[in-house]
Design a protein around this ligand. Structure first.
Ligand code: ADP
Ligand code: ZN
Length: 285
């Protein structure tokens, strides 16, 4: 039996699954203080002593560099209670089994790569467009990381001529997350994204920003598939608008797979991250 944790900024998901990465049981609870939240994680896994390894996909930024003293920590997160929290270390104190460690989006990417939308590909990118924007990339089975993990949500974006908002990211003006994550709608219009009219001009503007990012990722990595998840992608016209803008911006400079097969939704839906955690656990063994 394998275990997985999807540690999100708003909620935690814990699950156990079988060797085929099928989820056997899954629980979810709010992310509160680190000690309190970890206690609920322990309460869950303590009932499954047969778990052989656990994979963690965590919100971040996190330290993934094994050379670093802070390997396994959540580092500079805006959630101050969790800043400098030795997540992996606390888990290892509790359980002496192999534990895999990566970002929430890398885990989701791994899930989609192995058993989801990119199961037939050798490379893919997973991007979530939700409360924040984050992405992961896998090439030939390997998560792309080096000195640290990728930060695909904070790339700098060219403003749309009809948008004078310069984003809500405290670090950068005009980064993708600041301009196009869900809360950017509320900052612009004082109304939640899901309550804004489907025909509002802003959806075209957001699509323009997301398409710029996808063009850049395409040019840098030339993946076989880009998977777009997260709450904002539930907006009915978003997928089509992104593909249209992408095609316009790329201007046929390089070839990609047919757009409907290239830019897709996660087939594991809400289970991409936790399934990726099970795969990570397997790899840790
Ligand atoms: P998280 O990123 O916290 O894991 P989600 O992926 O569910 O959560 O994304 C939440 C964000 O998605 C919120 O900012 C919300 O306003 C936005 N959102 C949810 N549904 C829609 C929708 N139908 N259209 C546009 N934005 C949406
Ligand atoms: Zn930023």
């Amino acid at each position: 039996m394998l275990g997985a944790i999807e540690a999100g900024g708003t909620k935690f998901v814990c699950a156990v699954g079988d060797e085929d990465f099928k989820i056997i049981e899954r629980v979810s609870f709010a992310t509160t203080y680190p000690e309190e939240t970890l206690q609920r994680v322990f309460d869950f896994f303590d009932t499954y002593p047969q778990v052989k390894a656990i994979g963690i996909g965590s919100f971040g930024p996190i330290e993934v560099n094994k050379q670093s003293q802070k390997y396994g920590y959540i580092t500079s997160t805006p959630k101050t209670n969790w800043r400098n929290f030795n997540f992996l270390g606390e888990m290892k104190k509790q359980y002496s089994i192999p534990i895999g460690w990566t970002t929430d989006v890398n885990a989701a990417c791994l899930g989609e790569y192995k058993v989801g939308s990119a199961a037939d590909d050798h490379s893919c990118i997973y991007l979530t467009v939700g409360t924040g924007i984050g992405g992961g990339a896998i090439v030939k089975g390997e998560i792309i990381e080096g000195f640290g993990h990728t930060e695909m949500g904070h790339i700098i974006i060219r403003s749309h001529p009809d948008d004078d908002f310069d984003g809500f990211c405290p670090y950068h003006k005009n980064c993708l997350e600041g301009l196009a994550a869900g809360p950017s709608i509320e900052k612009r219009y004082g109304i939640k994204a899901e309550n804004l009219d489907a025909n509002h001009k802003i959806w075209e503007i957001l699509a323009y920003y997301l398409a710029q990012a996808l063009v850049n990722y395409t040019l840098i990595l030339r993946p076989e598939k880009i998977i777009l998840g997260g709450g904002v992608m539930n907006q009915v016209r978003m997928m089509d608008l992104v593909k249209k803008e992408f095609s316009f911006l790329l201007a046929d400079y390089v070839e990609t797979p047919d757009l409907d097969a290239y830019i897709v939704t996660p087939s594991l839906r809400d289970n991409a991250g936790i399934t990726g955690g099970l795969i990570l656990a397997r790899q840790a063994l």
